[in-house]
Design a protein around this ligand. Sequence first.
Ligand code: ADP
Ligand code: MG
Length: 239
Amino acid sequence: MSAYLELQGIRKQFGNTNVLNHVDLQIHEGELVTLLGPSGCGKSTLLRCIAGLTDIDGGKIILEQKDIVNLAPRNREIGMVFQSYALFPNLTVSENIQYGMKMRGASKGERRNRSEELLALIDLEDKRDAYPRHLSGGQQQRVALARSLAVQPKVLLLDEPLSALDAKIRKNLRTEIRDIQRKFNMTTIFVTHDQEEALIISDRVCLMNKGSIVQQGTPEELYTTPRTEFVARFMGSYN
Ligand code: ADP
Ligand code: MG
């Protein structure tokens, strides 16, 4: 099976610092791959490079056999959800969900249908006319997820979408994200610094350190067969 999304030798520097060192990664259609690693190891930078929000210094980003490096972010067909709620505060929940579709010229009827479908999916139909400030953190993240799914991206990037939430909500939403990802067969890169979260949610885990992927495999493989001291410590394999 050939890769759906492939990163080849992605390099990024900020000033004189190498933040990404020739990162290679292949992701299959419908797979949920986690980028796991300590704060500052380059996870967010890598997602931003894939989304086109940050320019890369070298490498290729191949989506469905095409190099998308020179495409503007909105033409990459990649959706992204950030750690902190990035909803438009002056738009209602339903307007937030429809925003991207509107920018792409979808008709009013089409937008409304899709928005209602997604509201049902995230179980927030009763909040369609509410403003983000009236929602809990977990509800805002569900709307952010719906908003990025609304434009039917080919790849979904989730940058620590649960980190700002408290433990119980985090666990519920984790399961919800996984269910939705499976239902849509959505090719997803999920970023976290929490190894437990990575072990539970992923088809495959890529552990990063200092701008490189140091080991990748199934959650079981990383946990039971760490190849270095760093991996063993980070995965908690000693416990
Ligand atoms: P992570 O998401 O894994 O915590 P980041 O990708 O945010 O890590 O950051 C990786 C490194 O790049 C850090 O050392 C960070 O300080 C640096 N960095 C990130 N963005 C910028 C920027 N816009 N300018 C300069 N340095 C940056
Ligand atoms: Mg980050």
